[in-house]
Design a protein around this ligand. Structure first.
Ligand code: NDP
Length: 257
């Protein structure tokens, strides 16, 4: 098993990409601590993940609570080999219709929360540990109406490079996985309704060379690779998992005859 005996922390491990990653990690022999806000889905996740999973409820917007949850995970396992700073929110912030509070909430969750998560975990990270941050193709798409989300994910990529150099002295690797559109509950949050992804998907995939969005397992397996000893000399890297959307846009169905 690729993570035999390793101890992992995954923020936002009760939904979507984080939950799929927790599942793959447990299957590969890791002990996993997950965080999130919603106690019911934290409980369901732990029940389905089995005896090698623990949950700690904390809102990342509450820096002290988030730090306490991460310390609790570190103390429960004695150390951490893997941190996946995955918790994040999306949401529109169009010019002319956005309050400081709305803009700040996205940046605090997706940027400050990621930094403070890694900072709180750092004392528990052993030589050879792996930190994985979750960016987004929004960082480079320039999609109208998403200034805060795009800026937050551009910042995650920048954070990844700084943290990779800063934690190199401790023998800790830091990398960023950059997903394109992926099938998770994020699409139906923020009042978009339960069918939001189904409604957008047909148009969206016309811009993707692979002709489809990603499934959570495809992102989780990429995180697994970076977390595992298959990636022991990979740090400060980004792996884009977007079906070619950003790297080869001319190959998209929309441009085919
Ligand atoms: P989900 O909405 O399914 O999951 C988000 C997770 O983050 C949940 O577990 C949620 O916990 C947690 N979370 C959100 N806000 C907070 C908070 N304030 N405190 C603690 N936990 C919080 O989304 P995804 O799985 O899709 O998203 C995971 C990551 O992937 C995010 O960083 C997202 O930006 C990124 N991403 C997703 C893409 C996609 O198309 N799905 C594409 C590119 C990047 P709770 O449910 O308890 O609130």
């Amino acid at each position: 098993m690729r993570l035999d005996g390793k101890a992992a922390l995954i923020t936002g491990g009760n939904s979507g990409i984080g939950l799929a990653t927790a599942r793959v990690f447990v299957e590969q022999g890791a002990k996993v601590a997950i965080t999130g806000r919603d106690q019911a889905t934290l409980d369901e996740a732990v029940a389905s993940l089995g005896p090698n999973a623990l949950a700690f409820r904390a809102d990342i917007m509450d820096a002290a609570a988030n730090e306490a949850a991460i310390r609790a995970a570190g103390e429960a396992f004695g150390h951490l080999d893997i941190v996946v700073a995955n918790a994040g929110i999306a949401g529109g912030t169009p010019v002319g219709g956005t309050s400081a509070e709305q803009f700040g909430r996205i940046l605090t969750t997706n940027v400050t929360g990621v930094f403070l998560t890694v900072q709180a975990a750092a004392p528990y990270l052993r030589q050879g540990a792996s930190v994985v941050l979750i960016g987004s193709v929004h960082a480079v798409l320039g999609m109208p109406g998403y200034a805060a989300y795009a800026a937050s994910k551009g910042a995650v990529s920048s954070l990844g490079r700084v943290l990779a150099s800063e934690l190199a002295t401790a023998g800790v690797r830091v990398n960023v996985v950059v997903p394109g559109a992926t099938r998770t509950p994020i699409w139906s949050r923020f009042g978009r309704g339960p069918n939001a992804l189904a409604e957008m998907e047909p148009a969206m995939v016309r811009a993707v060379p692979s002709g489809r969005i990603s499934e959570v397992a495809e992102i989780a397996n990429t995180i697994l690779f970076l977390a595992s000893d298959d990636a022991t000399n990979i740090t400060a890297a980004e792996i884009v998992v977007d079906g070619g959307l950003t790297g080869a846009p001319s190959g998209a169905p929309i441009y085919r005859g």
